[in-house]
Design a protein around this ligand. Structure first.
Ligand code: NDP
Length: 524
């Protein structure tokens, strides 16, 4: 269902001369599709088309946009198997995993469409005492055209975390997918075009980094980027030139904490899934595990048993596929080798687990905390496990990392206090990565994991600007913003101010807390 929106007529001399690239099935090496390398002019033309449609889309009311997004959701749901197959071919992930990411995406699309009005619609707010003659209101208006630069690991779920929310907020979108998954992007855009054939709500531009960089410079009103921290910085640098705001979702090094009273079977099951699912190519996947010393050995045994039950391959029993990006194999190989060189031990897998296309599950123990396998994003089916004295040490080690995307806790208690002490944007208690599947929860991180949020109310607001309006309801008894203001009125204002705020310091003092506790709280 290809729908070419190239401004070069297909078959023309110009079209024939264009550069193209192939997307490859990483499990087999087969060519899945061939796509144009869009240059700066192409990208600008796509943004111009998106801009031409932006007024129409923003002008629809929330109900109108919701109706379109609902129809799109229907198309996606009915053709789920087709979409999953494209994902399977371009990423190599098993169909079941492709189905999982598409299922979550459809649920998010439904949430974004149905909550946009409540979150973004006009609300009256109190004008306060000093401007009591004003009616004050705020609403969140679309920015216009949003550029989305997406990754390959979840080529539906991740970019749609921006696309669905940006559309629901009233923007049109130009999407630059990873060079590894352009077919998935086209499939998505084509399916929306079936619902709205006459407007450019979602267009795809394909190519490499240069095409993404061109999108940053093409005059879009915001860029939503998901990928590595290094590329995130380049995206920001490009956006600086035009003061284009950005959302950066830049991966992580998520920790899982296992307390002494945790359900160890459940923890090992979840840890294995969090670390190995999607061959570890999950930004909020589990990459390091800190386990209470009292249960460490038992946990490692349980996790090892789970790891041995999972293998990467193309056979029907393979629960994980290949590494989608061939270059990632070198990263994984380097991290595993470094961990082993520096005294680490592979309980399962190890150096020989890193093959030509596939990496087998690997569990590493006794790995120094300053080695790459603990500090850098590995993005493979490997995990480090470390024994800790208590959960305080686990929190300290977790927070020592430069990333701060997600985290998980397994505990017999409620875990909420522990969760708040972890410097990560999201935490799952007694499960892993659940936060990503709850549409009403914002998704994003701190530190090197980036900033800004997709999903939830914050994810809708991210693609809008706040519009504040005051309307004079009646003439103010004292008008302070006129040159007719008199000294008597200024005295009255001083008296009023005293009545309103002057007694603040006379309020009872807060009970004194030792400085150390206050400092300790801030740090944690
Ligand atoms: P990148 O960050 O390089 O790529 C992400 C997206 O940005 C792709 O669409 C890419 O296009 C595009 N891009 C590349 N260069 C530029 C540029 N200068 N300006 C604008 N856009 C650009 O990630 P990789 O795919 O190379 O993966 C590298 C590492 O990133 C992984 O090993 C993993 O650690 C991490 N990663 C994190 C993800 C997450 O979910 N947060 C997802 C994917 C990767 P193109 O693909 O055509 O180069």
């Amino acid at each position: 269902m290809s729908h070419d929106h190239d401004h070069h007529a297909p078959g023309s001399a110009e079209a024939d001369e264009r550069r193209t690239f192939a997307s490859i099935n990483p499990a087999t090496g087969d060519v899945v599709g061939v796509h144009p390398v869009h240059d700066e002019d192409d990208v600008r033309a796509a943004v111009a088309r998106a801009r031409a449609s932006a007024g129409w889309w923003a002008g629809l009311d929330f109900a109108g946009r919701r109706a379109v997004l609902t129809q799109w959701r229907g198309v996606l749901t009915r053709r789920l198997a087709q979409l999953c197959d494209v994902v399977h071919q371009e990423t190599g992930k098993p169909h079941g995993d492709a189905q999982l990411e598409c299922t979550l995406t459809i649920d998010h699309l439904a949430w974004a469409g149905s909550h946009a009005e409540k979150v973004l619609g006009r609300k009256r707010v109190s004008p306060g005492m000093l401007l009591a003659n004003q009616a004050a209101s705020v609403e969140y208006l679309p920015l216009g055209v949003v550029g989305v630069i997406g990754p390959w690991n979840y080529p539906v779920f991740t970019p749609m975390g921006s696309i669905a929310y940006a559309l629901a907020a009233g923007n049109t979108v130009v999407f630059k997918p990873s060079e590894l998954t352009p077919g998935v992007a086209h499939w998505l855009a084509d399916s929306l075009r079936e619902v709205v054939p006459d407007h450019d709500l979602l267009q795809v531009v394909t190519g490499f980094g240069d095409t993404g960089a061109a999108l940053c410079r093409a005059g879009v009103d915001k860029v939503a980027f998901t990928g590595s921290t290094a590329t995130g910085k380049r995206v920001m640098a490009a956006c600086v030139e035009t003061l284009t705001p950005v959302v950066v979702e830049a991966g992580g090094k998520d920790a899982l904490l296992v307390d002494e009273d945790a359900d160890l079977e459940a923890a090992a099951d979840a840890a294995a899934w969090g670390a190995f699912a999607n061959a570890g190519q999950t930004c909020a996947g589990v990459e390091r595990i800190y386990v209470h010393e009292k249960v460490h050995d038992r946990f490692v045994d349980l996790l090892a048993a789970r790891a041995r039950g999972v293998h990467a391959g193309v056979d029907v029993d393979a629960k994980i596929g290949p590494m989608t990006m061939p270059g990632q194999l070198d990263v994984v190989r380097r991290h595993v080798a470094d961990a082993l060189d520096r005294g680490g031990r592979a309980v399962v897998g190890g150096a020989e687990a890193v093959g030509d296309r596939f990496v087998q599950p690997t569990v590493l123990v006794d790995v120094p905390e300053d080695s790459a396998a603990v500090t850098e994003e590995t993005f493979g089916p490997t995990v480090t496990v470390r024994k800790v004295r208590d959960m305080d040490e686990a929190v300290e080690l977790t927070n020592a990392g430069k990333y701060g995307l997600g985290s998980a806790i397994f505990t017999g208690g409620d875990g909420e206090d522990l969760a708040r002490r972890l410097r990560t944007g999201m935490t799952s208690i007694n499960s892993v990565i659940s936060f990503a599947g709850v549409p009403s929860l914002p998704f994003g991180g701190v530190g090197d994991s980036g900033f800004g949020r997709i999903h939830g109310p914050d994810g809708l607001r991210e693609f809008t600007y706040a519009k504040s309006v005051t309307r004079t309801r009646f003439k103010a008894p004292i008008n302070l913003t006129t040159f007719d203001r008199t000294p008597e009125q200024e005295t009255m204002v001083a008296t009023l101010l005293l009545a309103l705020h002057g007694r603040a310091s006379q309020l009872p003092k807060l009970p004194r807390r030792p400085l150390e506790t206050i400092r300790g709280r801030r740090r944690s």
